[in-house]
Ligand binder design. Sequence first.
Ligand code: ATP
Ligand code: MG
Ligand code: FE
Length: 376
Amino acid sequence: MIILGFESSCDETGVALACTERGLLAHALHSQIAMHGEYGGVVPELASRDHIRRVVPLTRQVLAEAGLSWRDIGAVAYTAGPGLGGALLVGASVAQAVAWAHGLPTLGIHHLEGHLLSPLLAEPQPTFPFLALLVSGGHTQIMKVSGVGEYELLGETLDDAAGEAFDKTAKLMGLPYPGGPALAALAEQGNEHAVQLPRPMLHSHDYDFSFSGLKTAVLTRMRQLTAAAAQEGEGSRREAVASLPPTPADTAAAALAVPLQARADLAAATQAAIVDVLVAKAVRALKDEGLTRLVVAGGVGANKRLRHKLQEALASVRNAEVFFPPLEFCTDNGAMIAFAAALRINAGKAQFNTDHAFTVRPRWPLDQIETSAEPF
Ligand code: ATP
Ligand code: MG
Ligand code: FE
């Protein structure tokens, strides 16, 4: 069966075609990063409107790329949550509309299940059971995955997600949104040992995380650096600075007045702190659970240092292997949604909807995944 899948939970419109026998057939993506960049973060109303603009052309594009017509499609999948309510509603209502028009059943997919199963889009595929380190913009979780739909939460962040930690600290350093890739790029020029940053909860006897203390440490360091930079340039800029109230733009400008090397060192130290905690907890959980396969999913899974450090740490663990999604499928995309739907159908776990009544679930914990039919 061929499934058409829609992703619209946040700031990426993704459309894809996946087949239960042949896997992914085609996918197309439009990222709204440039549009939201101006505001330093996602503006929900703009996100919804842009999904509306993009979804039909992207759908035509994947059908054309795969050389398929509506007659070839067997079901329509869409991200039903979690995410931004308005943005989710665009994908869900378009999915229901095209399904109704073509007499097809629909399938609401959990966004995190899409991320979690995305490493199966690469070869070699990890086999079940495996441990998953899910590190995205909104979530940081360690999960035991025993099969499609069988997810046991072992630990998670108590405050910010890993991606959020990258984004927020990057913003403090004057970097553009989204901060993760920008911070990682700046870190390449820095010395991680030049600054000492905390590794929150590194030694706690659980698989939980906390990143807000790290953010505060970076804020304190940036304040010291911006104060020093302002003193340097005191003579020429005193009057201008004194006469203007602080605005986000000024904060970025102040951060950018800090010498590049100092910011690069701080970026390197921040990345090292985040990665150290993620690696330590994931490797410990893998050993404790007696598993040998570790799967990384979500946007932060694109981070080169995380990939490298996990590989390094697992080299000394007997039989251990680590699997990553293809780079383009780490952050949000339609491929993982159509593909997760195909895996659910193959596993006999698809809850098809044929009456086209639907809801979306902006908040939807992954361990309540089987309650998808309930209204939120
Ligand atoms: P969720 O899936 O939890 O709802 P999301 O969909 O916003 O959140 P993703 O699209 O999976 O999250 O990932 C986006 C996050 O990944 C952002 O926080 C971004 O900064 C981060 N990210 C992307 N590339 C990198 C990288 N190379 N290094 C570090 N972080 C990165
Ligand atoms: Mg995104
Ligand atoms: Fe996501």
